[in-house]
Write a protein that binds this ligand. Structure first.
Ligand code: ADP
Ligand code: MG
Length: 236
């Protein structure tokens, strides 16, 4: 791939605690992510997936090593700079949707668009996840998969460069999870948003540019699937 690296992770280590109780969550992780790539992060529970994603997203800091976004070193960044990075460039989606129950679908998305520098309209974000018709409903009136799509709309509405998803399908059945992954893949192709997704849903195999496997805090392998599915093939 010839596009520039948007994200570089070099010799990244993360140790929780110290001495005999130290947990080495990441050990010398190296990864270059190209702009527009769709990366899937796989690994057993406890292998360091969330730790890596959180450091990449500026929610946590490494013990040592380098993290570069768009050529800017973030490993030495202070809280203010990391907050700015997260706010401007990173959209997060987690297993649980974290929607505010007393706000409508559209109002949940507007919470983000109200404070972003160059957001898309909440309605546009909702159209991208095929939920325009549910915008005036409350989260409790939606299925789990629909709530997760609202969370995705909220994450992308500020037009982040990075979309980071930590087990977005973890609370969903296989078919619903596949639909949610297809929405993420559509965003990746349609908006060019670089996406890193942790999931165990096997449907992801055909959607990723690269599959990164973590074992015990180390990258054990990186596979490039034979052919990435086109948006037309991702039917929903
Ligand atoms: P995964 O997301 O792959 O399940 P994590 O990144 O959450 O793995 O965790 C990697 C390792 O780091 C695990 O052994 C976990 O127990 C440990 N760990 C994660 N967060 C903390 C923390 N805040 N304090 C201590 N240990 C932690
Ligand atoms: Mg995790």
């Amino acid at each position: 791939m010839s596009s520039p690296a948007v994200l570089s992770v070099r010799q990244l280590c993360k140790t929780y605690g110290s001495g005999e109780t130290a947990v080495h969550a990441l050990r010398d992780v190296n990864l270059e992510v190209q702009a527009g790539e769709f990366i899937v992060l796989l690994g057993a529970s406890g292998s360091g997936k969330s730790t890596l994603l959180n450091i990449i997203g500026g929610l946590d800091v490494a013990t040592s090593g380098e993290l570069e976004f768009d050529g800017h070193a973030l490993n030495d960044a202070g809280d203010t700079e990391l907050t700015g990075y997260r706010r401007k460039h990173v959209g997060f989606v987690f297993q649980f949707y974290n929607l505010i129950p007393s706000l409508t679908v559209r109002e949940n998305v507007e919470l983000v668009t109200d404070i972003a520098a160059n957001p898309m309209a909440a309605d546009e974000a909702l159209a991208l996840v095929a939920l325009s018709h549910r915008r005036d409903h409350f989260p409790s009136q939606l299925s789990g998969g629909e709530q997760q799509r609202v969370a995705i709309a909220r994450a992308i509405a500020k037009r982040p460069r990075l979309l980071l998803c930590d087990e977005p399908t973890g609370a969903l059945d296989y078919a619903t999870g596949k639909l949610v992954l297809e929405v993420i893949a559509q965003i990746n192709t349609g908006l060019g948003t670089t996406a890193i997704v942790i999931t165990h849903n096997a449907a992801i195999a055909g959607m990723a540019d690269r599959v990164v496997r973590l074992v015990d805090g180390r990258i054990a392998g990186i596979e490039t699937p034979a052919r990435k599915l086109t948006p037309a093939e991702l039917s929903w």
